[in-house]
Design a protein around this ligand. Structure first.
Ligand SMILES: C[S@@+](CC[C@H](N)C(=O)[O-])C[C@H]1O[C@@H](n2cnc3c(N)ncnc32)[C@H](O)[C@@H]1O
Length: 204
């Protein structure tokens, strides 16, 4: 299953097909309506983190970018303007500790071994402060091209999924406010993404 070396190699070889080269429009719209610019935000599996540049530009003061790939984080340190509003961390998401008001999901869940999905939910819950929320995008599709006919398990990443499965997983630890078809995805992902907003139990 994909580990630090796997992700480093993807960045070194330029196999970053997921990279949108722009802020994700649904996330941009979500950020634009957030009233408090001082909330603590975590972007796990941040990749090239165009969202972080946008948050900085819009005056958000407390964003943490976390990724397992040191190659990627070194590149981000060179690319992003040094700012106390941006913290960069090389770490495995599952080992990270902290308290956040908002955690952003974007092509991170689908990058993880599906066997880790319950751990993802637990860890998101652990990292969110009471009253916080997990927000972002989840694929509503399978990636069949990655599995040979008759394969027992899907090959990936990315690993696909669907609304009912996410609902079942998340409801153990979250009150789901929104989990619905996304209307403003980038064109190649149109109709295949769900927008999620979920609050950790207990909801304040
Ligand atoms: C498919 S990429 C998506 C990157 C970015 N979110 C985007 O949408 O462009 C998945 C990212 O998650 C990172 N990653 C994978 N497993 C991780 C883990 N356990 N902890 C932290 N980052 C991880 C990879 O290094 C990679 O940057």
């Amino acid at each position: 299953m994909p580990d630090e070396r796997y992700w480093n190699d993807r960045y070194l070889q330029g196999h970053t097909e997921w990279d949108m080269r722009q802020v994700s429009p649904p996330l941009q719209a979500y950020f634009d309506q957030l009233p408090d610019k001082n909330i603590a935000i975590l972007i796990p599996g941040c990749g090239n983190a165009y969202e972080a540049g946008y948050l900085l530009e819009k005056g958000f003061t407390n964003s943490t970018l976390l990724d397992i790939s040191p190659v990627l984080i070194d590149r981000l340190r060179e690319k992003l303007p040094p700012s106390p509003a941006l913290k960069l961390i090389t770490a495995d998401f599952f080992d990270h500790r902290g308290g956040y008001d908002l955690i952003i999901e974007q092509t991170f869940f689908c990058a993880l071994d599906p066997a880790k999905r319950p751990d993802y939910v637990e860890q998101m819950h652990r990292l969110l402060k009471p009253g916080g929320r997990l927000a972002g995008l989840l694929f509503d599709r399978e990636f069949k091209s990655h599995a040979a006919p008759g394969d027992a398990a899907p090959v990936g990443p990315p690993f696909g999924g669907h609304l009912d499965e996410y609902k079942k997983l998340l409801e153990k630890k979250f009150r789901i406010k929104t989990l619905a078809s996304c209307y403003n995805s980038i064109r190649p992902r149109a109709g295949t993404e769900l927008f999620l907003i979920a609050h950790p139990w207990p909801v304040l």
